[in-house]
Design a protein around this ligand. Structure first.
Ligand code: ADP
Ligand code: MG
Ligand code: MG
Length: 250
């Protein structure tokens, strides 16, 4: 489904990604872990098409199609979802109206007609129930005064509604309390299926107690230096990253 080959990327002439190879198949959950500054967020931004970074070599292919020339919106329309890609507050635009627009834009980009209103309502009802969301939340203004947990909930709701092929959840260092953790994990576990894939980027082994990954990759200094199963996350929790660095140097 998603194949990244020899990906090199720089910002302001500083090389951040130094040859990433990663293949994610439909139905799989992959986790990327690694120390601060390794390039984890850079990798997720680049997959989503963030133009801050210059891709200097390699390619990113989704279902056989090279994404390089596509803008972030076009990638989203093809099924790439990145958490927190649009954390803007939009007063006067509700959570529901925002997602309706996003869905219809995606459908239009894929040559489909707008989703009929009753079908949309049904989908909103089903997904919000699946994620145990309060109905009142759906009519609030997007991100306005949202707590960390509410932002997470909205993000997972967007993911549920947009049904991406590949969902990338970059759980950055800040504020994943136990509540947010549960929201993300439940959401992912309920939404994953044989036709989609999930890439979870996290510092927290804890999250991987709830979302069991098929593969865990360690990203260090712009390269994937080790790949294992779910047990690798436990080993990292216990031993940190230094032993991998030593393995590398040996
Ligand atoms: P991680 O998510 O693994 O903590 P990042 O991808 O955020 O790491 O950052 C990797 C490196 O790239 C860091 O040294 C960071 O300072 C640098 N970096 C990331 N984005 C930018 C940017 N927009 N401008 C300059 N340096 C950046
Ligand atoms: Mg960081
Ligand atoms: Mg990061």
């Amino acid at each position: 489904m998603l194949k990244i080959s020899n990906l090199h990327a720089s910002v302001e002439d500083k090389e951040i990604l130094k040859g990433i190879n990663l293949e994610i198949k439909a139905g799989e959950v992959h986790a990327i872990m690694g120390p601060n500054g390794a390039g984890k967020s850079t990798l997720s931004s680049i997959i989503a098409g963030n133009e801050t970074y210059e891709v200097t070599d390699g390619e990113i292919v989704l279902d056989g199609e090279d994404l390089s020339e596509l803008a972030p919106e076009e990638r989203a329309h093809k099924g790439v979802f990145l958490s927190f890609q649009y954390p803007v507050e939009i007063p006067g635009v509700s959570v529901t109206n925002f997602i309706k627009t996003a869905i219809n834009e995606k459908r239009k980009a894929n040559g489909q007609t707008e989703m009929p209103a009753n079908e949309m309502l049904k989908m909103i009802r089903e997904k919000s129930e699946l994620l145990e969301m309060d109905r009142k939340f759906l009519s609030r203004s997007l991100n306005e005064g949202f707590s960390g947990g509410e932002k997470k909930r909205n993000e997972i709701f967007q993911m549920a509604m947009l049904e991406p092929k590949i969902a990338i959840l970059d759980e950055t260092d800040s504020g994943l309390d136990i509540d947010a953790l549960r929201i993300v994990a439940n959401g992912v576990n309920k939404l994953k299926n044989e036709n989609n894939a999930v890439l979870v980027i996290t510092h927290y082994q804890r999250l991987l107690d709830y979302i069991i990954p098929d593969f865990v990759h360690v990203l260090m200094d712009g390269k994937i230096v080790k790949t294992g199963g779910a047990d690798l996350a436990l080993e990292l929790e216990e031993k940190g990253y230094d032993w991998i660095k030593q393995e590398q140097e040996a």
